[in-house]
Ligand binder design. Sequence first.
Ligand code: NAP
Length: 355
Amino acid sequence: MIKAAIVGGTGYTGVELIRLLSAHPKVSLELLTSRSEAGVRADSIFPSLRGISDIVFSDLGEDTLSKLQACDVVFFATPHGVAMKQAEALTQAGVKVIDLAADFRLQSLSDFEQWYQQPHACPELLKSAVYGLPEVSRESIAKALVVGNPGCYPTTAILGLKPIIEVQNEQSERLISERIIIDAKSGVSGAGRQAKLSLNFAEASDNFSAYGVVGHRHLPEIEQGIEQLLNSQFEHKVRFLPHLVPMIRGMFSSIHLELTEAGTKVDWQQRFEDSYQNEAFIDVLPKGAFPDTRSVRASNRLRIAVHQDNAQADLTILVVQDNLVKGAAGQAVQNMNVMFGMDETLGLNFAPIVP
Ligand SMILES: NC(=O)c1ccc[n+]([C@@H]2O[C@H](COP(=O)([O-])OP(=O)(O)OC[C@H]3O[C@@H](n4cnc5c(N)ncnc54)[C@H](OP(=O)(O)O)[C@@H]3O)[C@@H](O)[C@H]2O)c1
């Protein structure tokens, strides 16, 4: 069995990891940390875990490091800035690290320091860390000691654009114009479990608001995804517009693109189907279908629909996922499966919850 630990088990991605790892046939959850709930059983905070896990929260004190070092993999479900302080000591002990925060996502040190306004604690380790999007970088993830689990919005954006950038590179000609518009919506669990005025029931329910329209930290991650991960031969300018919608789980990203003359000649529906035909978690919907967030709820699936309009000149890609699963904890477990050479779908192959 793989011995796993979760740092930050009282948050929403933390409890989602407990749910997924408890059902994983090859994992034993050995350690769960919380600074605020140390000594308390996890199922007393989250009754959904009663009968599923009897684990107790441990403090993240000094002696915790040696306990983490005794594990095979440590998931950090914490805010940015936490994993990078422990990652070096863990990897030196041969422990694999999967950070759900942003410490290992941006490969450029200066980008990290500019966007997160703090020095990186382990710049050398950052160089060897891998951005954990298995559908793009499976081989590198398999060899990685440290994986930066992608942000939720970037997962939808990069996977929604992947087939397009691939075909464009293959044909070595512009098939979409420079501008990429990503109009995205997230349920409120995307902001985590801590109390915030904008997330109060009376503020967030029966409401629909934009935020981070300029300067959202997922923008450089999406740009990095297009330039480095997908190796785009052409420059693109991304306009990213996130919104908060009154639901708990779920993310819906609409990607708007203008096709060039050459781009109108491509059968995009077919190209998306071809690109993802072997991917267990990516579902390209039939032509004309519309995705909804309910169709992926509590699952690791991401569904994509391809639409064309205006004499085929406008291409719109609609992408849905559960922000806590494929957008966070599920993808982290998928990365763990790849890192340990296991079947990528192990512990993740369950149907979404409806209604
Ligand atoms: N929510 C999403 O949909 C989503 C999607 C993708 C990625 N992420 C990323 O995943 C990470 C966790 O997100 P979340 O939504 O689960 O957040 P959350 O609900 O706010 O939980 C944060 C957890 O981190 C712990 N924590 C906070 N500060 C800490 C510190 N300085 N040292 C150690 N532990 C600390 C907290 O527990 P204690 O205070 O009890 O220690 C809590 O368990 C974030 O980086 C977030 O950006 C979230």
